[in-house]
Design a binder for this molecule. Sequence first.
Ligand SMILES: [Zn+2]
Length: 317
Amino acid sequence: MKQVVRGRFAPSPTGYMHMGNLWIAMLSYVSVRQQGGQWILRIEDIDRQRSQSSYTAGLLQDLDWLGFQWDEGPYQQSRRQSLYESVLQQLEAHNLVYPCYCSRARLHNVSSAPHLGEKRHPYDGHCRELSLAERDQLAKNKKPSYRLKVEDTRVQFLDAWQGLQTKNLKAGYDDFVIRRADGMWAYNLAVVIDDLVMGVTEVVRGCDLLDVTAQQIYLRNQLRAVCHQESASMVIHYKQAPVLLGQDGYRLSKRQHSVTIKDLRESGYTPAMVWSYFVEQVGLGKALSERRRVHSLSDLLTLDLNSSLFKQEIIYM
Ligand SMILES: [Zn+2]
């Protein structure tokens, strides 16, 4: 039996929906629908400082208004923390994670060591080999973060849009944090657990996440050993889309005055007007088989996802 494609849209509710969110929502939706699959909506609101329930409500309203229909969800990561906790305990029981007591100052010194042309800030594995006695001593003064033990590994995956990706993970240096000292779950951990448990088979997102994809694949492989999910053996297919930038070179999500769907609706735009504006701004016309006007999300279901448009890293709009 052919496996059902399960895709997801997983926004963080840290603002109202903008063109960058719409881009990823649309692409993940169209891809899943073209394959007769299911579309899951997941709200990634574990960052309690930045997430707001009013933004979650806004996202749901905008998605609905624009014609998106989700098959499952909305799930909220903030309500799934006991699941993350139980997975952390399992990883700990299998000796796959360790507590890190490093101070911010120490981490800063480590990460500012010059590595020419390197964007990442590797850890040095300092707390990996602490004895139990040393840990007990350090625990008196500081709550630890938890890091995943990463062994030397070459991770390779094929991204449908960005091509074959290879990344070498280095033991100790790529031991990334999965829970911060203040108790906040790392993005990587929550995403990997949720994709696994929800049986996600396709991830469409911005190609700015290509870098962390190797870490996520590594963590997923580790989780296979500790959780007995049937879905753990599934392979995720990645489609990482060009990032939309404003003409000024800033990411739409980061721009102060980035136009939101809410703004457009409140200034009298109809969904049809939003879609045709969006199609024109992104230059989607060349990926449409028929040169017709787009008035709705369903008009985009004929989008040619093999178009070279999606193989770029950046689209200016
Ligand atoms: Zn440490």
